[in-house]
Ligand binder design. Sequence first.
Ligand code: GLU
Length: 486
Amino acid sequence: MPDPVRVRIAPSPTGNLHLGTARTALYNYLYARHHQGTFVFRLEDTDEERSNEAYTQDIIQGLRWLGLTWDEGPDIGGPFAPYRQTEKVDHYNNIANHLIAQGRAYHCYCTPAELDEMREEQKAAGGLSRYDNRCRHIAPEKRHAFEAAGRIPSIRFRIDEPRVISWHDAIKGEINIDSSDLGGDMVIVKSNGVAIYNFAVVIDDTDMKMTHVIRGEDHIHNTAKQLLIYDALSQQPPFFAHAALIFDIDRRKLSKRHHGEAVHVDRYRQDGYMPEAMVNYLAQMSWTPSDGREIFTLEEGCKLFDLARVSKSPAVFDVQRLLWFNGHYIRSLPLPLITDRAKPFLEAFDLSSYSRAELESIVACVRDSLSTLSEIAPATKFFFDTAVDIPAELKETLIAKESSQKVLSVLHEKISQLPFGNSAGCKAVVDAIGKDLGVKGKELYWPVRAALSGSTSGPDLGTILSILGAARVKSRIEATLICHTK
Ligand code: GLU
């Protein structure tokens, strides 16, 4: 029996939740759920200068918004908190000292200035920048001199060269990395006592019994380094899977530097995207279920997910496609849910003049036309306005026409006959007026639409009448008749 699957998302809180991290979290989540395993969230927050609590909160909220709930962590009442690496600083140091005792790591006394100088020389000589392992065999007198001068050492891990580090990647297949390409012996604990990512991650993944590490392919060289550390610690490494990175439609890697807020998951929440659409879009970006379906829920994705079907080629983030998914979910999620989600976008309006059922009808009559919920305010504004703003051009060319005035005044007379709350019934009254007056199509509907909503297009006319109710319909029609006679 293989060990139960344990996977994790391990972001560093040095920035807001990035789309790439969200996709990695999603793949880990899908993998865990597919195998009835455990999904862990661990904050790799050892880089104190670049980490901050606002980023941490953004990542936590973003994962929750996407519905990627994790199964373990400190119990703070309610959902679990994430694990944090900063809680384990002493543990990392003890293990680093153990590696020193075994001769697999050593103290390095190089100062930043000396390292810079070394790199400059390498550059001038046309070589690649790497640590030249100068402290690996430091003479005892030199060490004493450095210590006497107050230098505080970092700890470096020995990377023996040449050596080929190989693994079978669950997405990319066979990978071979030459240890000479890893930049020389690597720092694992900085002189301030803080463990470096490549070291802490191995200890954490071991301690947390991770069976699989699924992450972006920008970590492939890190994986090679980490495999050397697993080996030095005599620990069995997890299986690795590296997903191809995400690019924009112009083939540029998605990055905060180039794309700013467009890579920030919360921006999509703020702009009225559905988490169901984000999850579906991100999941299918580099993975197609075996039955070829494009639209699937998170739950369905869990059932269908298969790492072996994740593409090796770069994923392309195309916001137009995401909008297509979003429109689909705005149209198809339950109306009460969409209404609740729409409310923050309708904040500018006084919603109290409509009942909950009417509000749902308002959302229902426009939702097919929306690709994000942020579009709902302009689409429904006329329902809430006390007076409709009819563009001057429409007043002159449409409302002022004799036939329009006729339609509007007859409708005004027949307001009491409109069966409000019944769209088809309301539409039938308008059609009957058209029949009596011998007008139809645009000539009949457009003046009514313009009078009620300020536009000749929009939701179904019967629905508009039905939701607006007698008082609003009356005052709006009167406004157009008065406007004409002025
Ligand atoms: N902290 C690393 C990052 O943010 C995690 C990589 C990993 O999954 O090991 O990219």
